[in-house]
Design a protein around this ligand. Structure first.
Ligand SMILES: Nc1ncnc2c1ncn2[C@@H]1O[C@H](COP(=O)(O)OP(=O)(O)O)[C@@H](O)[C@H]1O
Ligand SMILES: O=C(O)C1=C[C@@H](OP(=O)(O)O)[C@@H](O)[C@H](O)C1
Ligand SMILES: [Mg+2]
Length: 174
């Protein structure tokens, strides 16, 4: 693989989970921008947001995206990476962008089961179901604008990986 594959989509669509499985299949590395920036900041996302605010987190996120893109492989991004036009253009130019799309109830079910509050501080202050629905409505068009391929992420992780592999193969032969 010569170019990175960027996985984008809302919280809970499986970017981190699927990213690692896809990387295993491709025999390459998976880097998660959230993991990278938390390691470099020596604090959790919740701590960064509480101490520095969302704007600072977003700046750190863009720096993480640029830093990890030097390495080809699978890049699992955070759900808000597409908010910045710069990030959308950067990913489209540097590699192949896959939108892992899933309906609100699927996302809510996963996030309720595995909230990981240190990594996912509230975005709106609203209850989870309302938040997921509201945020997806705001961002869905941005995910689609940034993506080269849209993949159904409501399936099992291995099925999602297979569908990504199929989309990439089809793109190679077309
Ligand atoms: N395709 C899937 N099917 C079922 N559960 C999943 C799937 N993808 C992820 N999960 C679960 O949902 C939770 C959130 O997944 P994660 O990979 O952290 O999502 P993201 O990085 O997109 O926020 C995890 O606990 C994971 O085990
Ligand atoms: O949707 C968002 O704005 C965010 C999603 C999180 O990543 P995941 O999508 O991996 O949960 C993390 O980057 C941060 O809490 C902000
Ligand atoms: Mg993640």
């Amino acid at each position: 693989m010569t170019q990175p594959i960027f996985l984008i989509g809302p919280r809970g669509c499986g970017k981190t989970t699927v990213g690692h499985e896809l990387a295993r299949l491709c025999g390459c590395e998976c880097i998660d921008t959230d993991r990278w920036l938390q390691t470099h900041a020596q604090k959790s996302i919740a701590e960064i947001v509480e101490q520095e605010g969302w704007e600072s987190f977003r700046a750190r996120e863009t720096a993480a995206l640029e830093a990890v893109t030097a390495v080809s492989g699978v890049i699992a991004t955070g759900g808000g990476i597409i908010l910045a036009p710069y990030n959308r253009q950067f990913m489209r130019e540097k590699g192949t962008v896959i939108y892992l799309s899933a309906p609100v109830p699927v996302l809510v079910e996963r996030l309720v089961a595995f909230p990981e509050e240190g990594q996912r501080p509230t975005l709106t202050g609203k209850p989870i179901s309302e938040e997921v629905s509201e945020v997806l409505a705001e961002r869905d068009a941005l995910y689609r604008e940034a993506a080269h391929h849209v993949v159904d992420a409501s399936l099992s992780p291995s099925e999602v990986v297979q569908n990504i592999a199929t989309a990439l193969r089809l793109a190679c032969v077309s």
